[in-house]
Design a protein around this ligand. Sequence first.
Ligand SMILES: CC(C)(COP(=O)(O)OP(=O)(O)OC[C@H]1O[C@@H](n2cnc3c(N)ncnc32)[C@H](O)[C@@H]1OP(=O)(O)O)[C@@H](O)C(=O)NCCC(=O)NCCS
Length: 171
Amino acid sequence: MSQRDLHLRPAVPADLALLRHWDEQPHVIASDPNDDWAWEEELARTPPWREQLVAEVNGRPVGFIQIIDPAREDSHYWGDVPDGLRAVDIWIGEARDLGRGYGTRMMNLALVQCFAEPGVSAVLVDPLDSNTEAHRFYERLGFEFVENRRFGEDDCRVYRLTRERYAQGQD
Ligand SMILES: CC(C)(COP(=O)(O)OP(=O)(O)OC[C@H]1O[C@@H](n2cnc3c(N)ncnc32)[C@H](O)[C@@H]1OP(=O)(O)O)[C@@H](O)C(=O)NCCC(=O)NCCS
């Protein structure tokens, strides 16, 4: 299968059962044990500071990715952050689809989208401190470790990909 066959489309209310099913997968729970994504409510709204996207390979859904503007996001999850940032959450739905390059392709598409906006200076991610595979995944994409930070009940690492570093990686 060509990687070009992967694309992102908006998540819609009809994805409710799929996203709930993915939420029950052990690798998804392990990466995000304490969050309730309130899918029923959230899929019904499209706030201007967020995109919720489903990745499909040849029409088959394989993963989810969310892009937010952390300065405008309404729960202020990221606290007091400046304008010009984006924050991304990502997961592959089924364990059999892990490690097949889909996550890299999804993230690359999301990064193109983020940096297409001239005002965006950097993209943030916040894997659990224990999620060493995700750290490696982000580092390979060019993200740099910023700090350890506790979000609610979760000990996380903040990683950042600046526009400059992203551009270097595109050369
Ligand atoms: C992180 C994630 C999105 C990467 O997507 P992917 O399609 O599996 O990754 P790719 O195939 O493009 O790249 C493989 C790399 O992903 C990373 N990875 C993370 N978790 C992995 C897993 N459970 N299985 C295989 N690779 C994993 C590894 O760094 C791997 O590289 P390696 O070959 O050096 O081990 C995906 O593994 C996933 O959904 N993990 C569980 C949820 C999660 O941790 N999300 C991030 C939370 S911040």
